[in-house]
Ligand binder design. Sequence first.
Ligand SMILES: [Zn+2]
Length: 290
Amino acid sequence: MNRALCSCFKGFFLRQYWSEVTHSFQNCYTRAKVHALSPKKLAPGLRQLAEGMLALVYPPRCSVCLKSVQTFSCRFLCENCLSRVLHAEIPPVRYWQNSGDFDLARRHGLCDLAAWYYEDALMALVPRMKYQDRPSLARVFAEIAAQRLREMMAAVLTEAAKDSPSPPVLIPVPLHPRRQRERGYNQSLLIARALSEMWNIELLPQALRRTRFTQPQVKLNADERAQNVSEVFAPHHAEKIAGRTVLLVDDVITTGATVSACAQALHQAGAAGVIAVALARTGSAFHVKG
Ligand SMILES: [Zn+2]
């Protein structure tokens, strides 16, 4: 009886995850052909393959509710939590839509577009994406965010184009090289790259840089955050920024201190306008500086 149950379970999970394993294998094979067996380039594919094989034996659990994930529509979320993410309310465009005056928002130097409020499932998933070596989550959420924000983004860019005929550009909030070495990737760059592909907007991955190493914002209050990132950012390619509307990409906007500090540097480089784009933002109001 036990043996029959066991094989029944195995059969079920094999069906669920076999497609993931074959997909990972194809991914590895393609990478091997393109990159000639470079270990560095192959590593993500091999890791995905190993995860798929492991999933055959130990099915992954939902990052939010910890139940077993039964389908691969999203590996980290069960159907129920995925549906909550897909149908969550979209935060309004702050300042622009609230005041009905895009020029006013632009004079403040910032608008902010976010696909979600930073609560519920996102509060469980974003830290996992940033701190638990899950860069693939950035891609998953950026693709969903790109679809959720598409109309809002088009409306904002139509307004921005009246003053700046040059095409807009996507620029990620940079990490300090030391932090990037520790983490292995910059999640904002991964999000910006996916948005660039989905929206067909040019990406300038290194247009901003951090001039000094700062402590993480997460444990600081609003004033300390602003102080922590004050004059930290500097433009790297001012000539590519001048006269253009910059879509400044961050993972989460909380107090707005980081995007605000970035916006100052971008304005110094001659950006026509700065619009912050994030996966999520907190519901509480923040004050835009500069
Ligand atoms: Zn769940």
